[in-house]
Design a protein around this ligand. Structure first.
Ligand code: ZN
Length: 153
């Protein structure tokens, strides 16, 4: 099933962890599917912006899978409003983040997070907060897209 011209439900729900633990990561609620379509629509715009293919590493996560991955229950992934991805055809995750930053407001992004080895883009049911952050040690975040070396320990 296609969520948008370039993104499928399969790539948004596939998970090695879920498969290994026997968790069915198929979304059950209709609103999650609607959210995933909205998410894929934004990813189409990011794809066009970058001019290359996007590889989704984590999209929808049912609560069981999300918990197993050590993520908070309030994560946008649980409701189908987040995408973790890379775009090697464009460059490193750092470069990808920097390219998206000027478009965060226009795209209605709630959170753009540079997670070092991937990029997290999150949406929100309410007004987007347009937050741009970098993952820092101890599961904290610093404002902006910054290289690892410039984060104070
Ligand atoms: Zn994420």
């Amino acid at each position: 099933m296609n969520l948008s011209p370039h993104f499928t439900l399969a790539e948004y729900t596939i998970s090695e962890t879920a498969a290994r633990r026997g968790i069915d990561n198929t979304p059950r609620e209709a609103f999650v599917l609607e959210n995933l379509k909205r998410m894929a629509g934004v990813m189409e715009e990011i794809r066009a912006l970058l001019g290359c293919a996007i590889i989704v590493s984590s999209g929808y996560r049912c609560l069981d899978l999300n918990t197993l991955l050590g993520s908070k229950g309030t994560s946008a992934h649980v409701v189908g409003l987040a995408t973790d991805f890379i775009a090697p055809g464009f460059g490193q995750p750092y470069d990808v983040c920097r390219a998206i930053v000027p478009h965060v407001q226009r795209l209605g992004i709630d959170q753009l997070i540079y997670e070092h080895t991937w990029i997290h883009v999150g949406l929100r049911a309410g007004e987007p907060r347009h937050q741009v952050m970098t993952l820092a040690p101890g599961n904290s975040y610093v404002v902006g897209i910054v290289t690892k070396g410039s984060i104070a320990a």
